[in-house]
Design a protein around this ligand. Structure first.
Ligand SMILES: [Zn+2]
Length: 143
């Protein structure tokens, strides 16, 4: 599954993004984003030109958490026209995966203010990045 970095839709540039739902013992791994859009979020990032969606997933998880992806399952593929990014592009084609991971967490201090594991109850009280509020509602993690 090779994805280009950008697609044209109605004459506008859009990006491809991957996101990772990482769950262990009933808790979800979240980062507090240091780069806008701010808020608590799952690990996510752009698919670079010349890399597949799966390669982008593995790379982003390692960059933002230090974890190695051991298995992944695609949950949703969806174009979100309202989702913007710090590169000024509105409209992202998302590939949201559920991931199994191994290894030790290594915080990325450039991209994250903090990282941690949060229960469903704790997630209800967090200020989430809008796109993650959307995914967590869709997955009935956020009620
Ligand atoms: Zn983007």
């Amino acid at each position: 599954m090779i994805a280009p970095k950008e697609i044209l839709r109605d004459g506008k540039v859009a990006h491809y993004s991957v996101g990772a739902i990482i769950q262990k013992d009933g808790k979800y791994f979240l980062i507090d984003r240091a780069i806008p859009p701010l808020g608590f979020a799952g690990i996510a990032g752009h698919v670079d030109a010349a890399e597949s969606v799966q390669e982008a997933l593995v790379r982003e998880v390692e960059e933002e958490s230090g974890f190695k992806v051991t298995l992944h399952k695609l949950l949703f593929e969806e174009f979100l026209a309202w989702n913007w990014c710090s590169k000024g592009v509105e409209g992202h084609r998302w590939y949201l995966f559920e991931c199994g991971v191994e290894g030790e967490v290594k915080q990325n201090y450039r991209e994250t203010k903090s990282v941690g594991w949060y229960s469903k109850e704790q997630i209800q009280k967090l200020t989430l990045e809008p796109v993650w509020e959307y995914w967590f509602k869709k997955l009935a993690i956020l009620l």
